[in-house]
Design a protein around this ligand. Structure first.
Ligand code: FMN
Length: 330
């Protein structure tokens, strides 16, 4: 049985890896991930806001006027909200490279062109084998058109790519009018992979306090479906590695993601809930499932349920939406 996969041009011994998360904040957990068979480690993100604060005097300014600029204090998280400052982040990459023998993938998170992009080069110099670029952007201004936002994202990707030689994966949100078109634009910039999808954390409202409240809820497998559809649509249309992120908890979720077209499957919530050792369970589970169903390699399984290969592609397309609404019964 060969579980090897091509991940951003890097050969990994299998496709299941821990996604960007606080798992890397504790070196013992990093070791446990490697011991549990993690084929690579993804760092949590270093944020534009963190870097820009360090690069400018905003830090000083914010602290002195903390009370009077409530807006500023909500925009700029406090330093203690970030487990690692920019220098410590680079140091952590070096340290993880020292204590493990697997590829380390850095992660940058930002939405505006700026000095923070130079950290792509510093992350490469620190020893990272690849970089994830997460452009979590929430439009609130009607004057911001989809085209403007996409152009801005592409400018950031272009700037990052021109700074480094290691592979780059872009972590995308599910909210594009035409995801295949945007992915095609990313490919034109020689992006090596796309991660589907970022999770947007939705605020709730406390009706007594009349306050917006936010707390992070871990995922469940129902979130995988949206990823499966996107993977199935993109598979065979792009050369970049397709990476699933969101809602993968069980062996069957891993199998589904690969069948839809994923060359890599990232796991976070399940590892936070069940511990790094759950990775091993998933790898073993994948191997047993493939053996039982006569598959000998990942490429053999990958994309067999994509839009172009599924025996009933209409279930993935709009036709299914029409059908489901018509046949629903209480
Ligand atoms: C506590 C926590 C911290 C996270 N930090 C990051 C991060 O720094 N950068 C990033 O791109 N994604 C981050 N994520 C998102 C995960 O990488 C992943 O995309 C998301 O949790 C969906 O995968 P899952 O369903 O396996 O949890 C974080 C998720 C959690 C739960």
């Amino acid at each position: 049985m060969n579980l090897e996969t091509d991940y951003l041009g890097i050969k990994l011994k299998h496709p299941i890896l821990p996604g960007a998360s606080p798992l890397v904040d504790d070196l013992d957990r990093v070791r446990r991930l490697e011991d549990s068979g993690a084929p690579a480690i993804v760092m949590h993100s270093l944020f534009e806001e963190q870097i820009e604060r360090e690069l400018s005097a905003v830090h000083y300014h914010r602290d002195r006027h903390e009370e009077s600029f409530a807006e500023a204090t909500t925009y700029f998280s406090k330093e203690e909200d970030f487990p690692l400052g920019p220098d410590e982040y680079l140091q952590r990459i070096r340290r993880i490279k020292e204590i493990t023998s697997i590829p380390v993938i850095g992660s940058l998170n930002g939405v505006r062109l700026g000095g923070w992009i130079e950290y792509a080069g510093l992350i490469e110099q620190a020893g990272a084998d690849a970089l994830e670029l997460n452009m979590y952007f929430l439009p609130t201004e009607p004057s911001d058109s989809a085209g403007d936002i996409e152009r801005r994202m592409l400018e950031i990707v272009r700037a990052v790519k021109s700074n480094i030689t290691i592979p780059v994966a872009v972590k995308l949100s599910p909210f594009f009018s035409s995801l295949p078109h945007f992915v095609q634009e990313l490919e034109a910039l020689r992006v090596d992979g796309v991660i589907l999808f970022n999770r947007f954390y939705q605020p709730d409202i406390d009706i007594e306090l009349k306050e917006a409240i936010s707390h992070l809820q871990l995922s469940d497998p129902s979130e995988l479906r949206m990823r499966l559809r996107a993977l199935a649509i993109l598979y065979g249309q792009v050369g970049a590695t397709l990476i699933a992120s969101g809602g993968v908890h069980r062996t069957e979720d891993v199998v589904k993601a690969i069948m839809a077209g994923a060359g890599g499957v990232q796991i976070v919530s399940a590892l936070l809930q069940l511990g790094p050792e759950h990775l091993q369970t998933l790898v073993k589970g994948l191997e047993l499932w493939m053996e039982a169903h006569g598959y000998e390699s990942i490429p053999q399984l990958q994309g067999c349920m994509s839009l172009r290969n599924a025996p009933n592609p209409e279930a993935i397309e709009r036709a299914n939406y029409l059908k489901m609404l018509q046949v629903w019964k209480a």
